[in-house]
Design a binder for this molecule. Structure first.
Ligand SMILES: Cc1cc2nc3c(=O)[nH]c(=O)nc-3n(C[C@H](O)[C@H](O)[C@H](O)COP(=O)(O)OP(=O)(O)OC[C@H]3O[C@@H](n4cnc5c(N)ncnc54)[C@H](O)[C@@H]3O)c2cc1C
Ligand code: SF4
Length: 502
């Protein structure tokens, strides 16, 4: 029986972040461990409210009140088991998930303070490591069936682990030189140190998952070859087609780049340093891409933009502006627009925002300004209004509001247009839909029999928690397709959407 008064005794509290002047001199994670006492106190705030809306908020259906109470009562081993029953990689979600569960927590009604669910999650995940490591789980007797997983992001890895544990022979094909998808070279170490990925990969390998890195499916191995080798294929190739702005004058200038180019280059430098190798932040063709000493303008307001901001400060930028097309959101939930328990449109301050830089809202770039040599020297912006008409976004500049910001490096973090156009699609006979994603039938198969899809490739650019949930669900469907014994858990179906009021 949980403590019914815990939330009256304790306020919501998170561990203090590492001080800004210290953390921007390194790439280590921003949050230190919370400590057992703080976490026990925060878990005690969960009142096990009877209808746990947090379950609905979490696509994985994490058993949040259960593990909160196990932490409150000090049953850490049981908490570890309860968490892993629904989530293959809680150390990723506990660090990176925006926590729609907290937006749906009953304690958050009317502007209250939700339980620090995500923080409890990460502490349980780390306790699993501290209490004996991520030991391999028992694996069922071999079924004699084999599955190819294309893409090693959270969707592909979650599916691979589920299928391997069910006794199937699983091979993960990844075109990059290292595994993890966006967790490896997209998301910076100050949000997720890569040792967490490596630890999980060791567990998957010990459970029998085979990994093939540096293999671009559709180029290095054809779809036909893959289908001949395996009984089923899961496509989990992400949604990495970056949105661009080719119509903006000056887009072709040197110094204007996709945000992902900046993040991948920076992450590779950190990875090399970890291996004792010196490296420069460069594009694949060797062009330097580094914010050191530069005026940086980041265009976009989401995760990718915030990650670029944190990277720019750690690289030693002279100054950073982050531009957002939309007006500054309110600090608290507008209950008429986004009633509890839905995900609210509110101002999101990432740790990167307290490290410096200026956020500019309700502006759009009119031109990237040339210094006369083909290198960008500034960004001309205008204040704008944005409205939706007939389903289309209409952006209207306010006359006389134009001004120029200095810029030696401009990073486009304006979203993704779905999964990349690449040979693999035609070879497998699957098409991109109007959103650039790949449709799945109710059993997660694409238009090609025996070829399944999950994660961002199916959903469009989304979140890690959705990628893991889809990977688990697609694994369950593949297990049935291969006539596996029993069923695997399927937390979502392909049509599932986040909680919405309308
Ligand atoms: C900069 C950035 C920051 C983010 N931060 C957060 C965050 O803080 N919290 C959060 O919840 N979400 C965040 N996201 C979103 C999250 O990372 C994604 O939703 C998630 O990684 C999707 O997982 P996935 O497995 O579907 O695809 P991905 O992680 O994109 O992995 C796809 C993999 O497929 C591989 N691949 C593609 N084609 C082939 C091929 N032909 N052959 C072999 N391999 C192939 C790719 O190389 C890649 O490794 C962020 C995204 C970005 C870009
Ligand atoms: S995975 Fe995300 S939504 Fe689910 S419990 Fe963890 S923080 Fe909440």
């Amino acid at each position: 029986m949980p403590d019914p008064n815990g939330f009256l005794r304790y306020n919501r509290r998170l561990p203090a972040r590492r001080p800004v002047p210290v953390r921007i001199t390194d790439w280590r994670e921003v949050y230190p461990a919370a400590g057992a006492e703080l976490i026990r106190e925060q878990a005690t705030r969960c009142m096990d409210c009877g209808i746990p809306f947090c379950h609905e908020g979490c696509p994985l259906g994490n058993r949040i009140p259960d593990w909160n109470d196990l932490v409150r009562t000090g049953n850490w081993d049981a908490a570890v088991d309860s968490l892993h029953a629904t989530n293959n990689f809680p150390e990723f979600t506990g660090r990176l998930c925006p926590a729609p569960c907290e937006a749906a927590c009953v304690l958050g009604i009317g502007g209250g303070q939700p339980v620090t669910i995500k923080q409890v999650e990460v502490e349980i995940a780390d306790a699993a490591v501290a209490r004996g490591g991520l030991r391999p789980r028992p694996v069922a007797a071999p079924t004699g069936r084999s599955v190819a997983v294309v893409g090693s992001g959270p969707a592909g890895l979650a599916a691979a682990q589920q299928l391997a544990r069910a006794g199937h022979a699983v091979t993960v094909y990844e075109r990059d030189d290292a595994l993890g998808g966006l967790l490896r070279y997209g998301i910076p170490d100050f949000k997720l140190e890569k040792r967490h990925i490596d630890r999980r990969l060791a567990q998957l390998a010990a459970e029998g998952v085979q990994f093939r890195t540096g293999v671009n499916v559709g180029v290095d191995v054809t779809a036909e070859e893959l289908r001949a080798r395996h009984d089923a294929v899961l496509l989990a190739c992400g949604a990495l087609q970056g949105r661009d702005t080719p119509e903006t004058p000056g887009r072709e200038l040197r110094g204007v780049h996709q945000a992902m180019s900046h993040l991948v280059a920076a992450n590779r430098v950190v990875a090399a340093a970890g291996e004792g190798r010196p490296a420069l932040a460069v594009l694949p063709d060797g062009t330097p891409i580094d914010a050191a000493g530069k005026h940086v303008v980041i265009i976009g307001g989401g995760d990718t933009a915030a990650d670029c901001l944190g990277v720019a400060h750690r690289q030693g930028a002279a100054g950073v502006h982050q531009l957002d097309l939309y007006p500054e959101p309110p600090e608290t939930r507008d209950a008429a627009r986004d009633p509890w328990p839905t995900w609210p449109w509110v101002l999101r301050n990432y740790p990167a925002h307290e490290e410096g830089g200026a956020r500019v809202f309700a502006v759009a770039v009119q031109e990237f300004v040339d210094d006369g040599t083909g290198q960008v020297k500034g960004v001309r912006i205008a204040e704008v209004t944005v409205e939706k008409r007939d389903g289309r976004r209409i952006v209207t500049p306010l006359p006389g509001s134009e001004r120029e910001l200095p810029a030696d490096l401009v990073l486009l973090a304006i979203g993704f247009e779905g999964t990349e156009v690449q040979p693999l699609l035609a070879q497998f006979g699957v098409a991109r839909n109007a959103r650039g994603a790949v449709d799945a039938r109710p059993d997660w198969q694409t238009d090609a029999d025996g070829v399944f899809v999950a994660g961002d490739m199916h959903r469009g650019a989304s979140l890690i928690v959705w990628a893991i949930a889809e990977g688990r669900a697609a694994a369950a469907a593949i297990h049935s397709y291969l006539d596996g014994v029993g069923t695997l858990p399927a937390p979502v179906d392909p049509a599932r959407q986040p909680l919405a009021a309308r």
